[in-house]
Design a protein around this ligand. Structure first.
Ligand SMILES: NC(=O)c1ccc[n+]([C@@H]2O[C@H](COP(=O)([O-])OP(=O)(O)OC[C@H]3O[C@@H](n4cnc5c(N)ncnc54)[C@H](O)[C@@H]3O)[C@@H](O)[C@H]2O)c1
Length: 251
């Protein structure tokens, strides 16, 4: 890798993606913020001396255009963080096929398309690191978020399949997954504010109450670990998963 890594972060305008972009910038990378939120994305990119690319991760055409933009502007790609995701509550009974397909198209198909579009450029750049953001609900289940759990379980196992494929083809690209527990971001805040008061209270009690460390996480506590996976310090890691959840899934 060169001294200045080029990193693309999907969903980089907010929450964990924003904290990741900050951590990668602090460790010397140039970042491309890829998001559907134009104004916020541009603002974040500007504040980090990076670039903004408009990208809907569920669109293959958008991915091809975004990777082409990175190649034209930076000439290489060293790090891809597939972070964009949407939360979706709903049980087996209440989840419609439409909800299910929408959740999978962003959270799972988006990661597939990102890896597919980026690996050739990363290989051409001499290798690199892909970090796919799953969730603790890619490891243990949440019956109240059926589609979300399905999408994040898919990200966990697909990450390992892509890691094996990239290793077998000697691409030099490592692929790992990160599994955050409950983290204070707009995704969680908007989800909670949309709930009836009683449910919001129960949700708060559950997230904090069931987290052995007794609090929910800060986005930077995820971003720092992602920056480790992006760096050469993790150079022998591929197909691995890192849980960052204050102990939630240890029981
Ligand atoms: N916050 C948590 O507690 C938590 C826990 C585990 C996993 N995660 C995962 O972390 C990731 C980031 O979540 P967050 O909490 O920071 O959420 P967030 O809502 O703060 O940020 C998500 C970002 O993704 C962008 N985005 C949404 N759909 C997109 C699309 N189709 N194409 C491109 N960008 C899109 C949004 O505009 C937003 O900027 C998600 O994959 C989420 O599932 C979050």
């Amino acid at each position: 890798m060169t001294e200045k890594n080029i990193a693309l972060i999907t969903g980089g305008a907010s929450g964990i993606g924003l904290a990741t972009a900050q951590a990668l910038t602090a460790s010397g990378s140039q970042v491309f913020i890829a998001d559907i939120q134009d104004d916020l994305g541009r603002e974040v990119a500007q504040s980090l001396d990076g670039e903004f690319v408009k990208l809907d991760v569920s669109s293959e055409a958008d991915w091809n255009a975004a990777i082409q933009t990175v190649e034209e502007k930076a000439g290489r790609l060293d790090v891809l963080v597939n972070n964009a995701g949407i939360g979706a509550g709903g049980t087996l009974e209440s989840t419609t096929l439409e909800d299910f397909n929408r959740t999978l198209s962003v959270n799972l198909t988006g990661v597939f398309l990102g890896c597919k579009a980026a690996v050739p450029l990363m290989q051409k750049s001499g290798g690199g690191s892909i970090i796919n953001i799953s969730s603790i609900f890619g490891i243990v289940a949440d019956e109240l978020s059926l589609a979300y759990t399905a999408s994040k379980g898919g990200v966990r196992s697909m990450t390992k399949a892509i890691a094996l494929d990239c290793a077998a083809r000697k691409t030099g690209v490592r692929v790992n997954s990160v599994h955050p527990g409950f983290v204070q971001t707009p995704l969680v805040e908007n989800g909670v504010s949309a709930m009836p008061a009683e449910m919001a209270e129960a949700y708060g009690a559950r997230t904090v109450g069931q987290t052995p460390m007794g609090r929910i996480g800060e986005p930077s506590e995820i971003g720092d670990v992602i920056a480790f996976l992006a760096s050469d310090a993790s150079r022998f890691m591929t197909g691995s998963e890192i849980v960052i959840d204050g102990g939630f899934s240890a029981r």
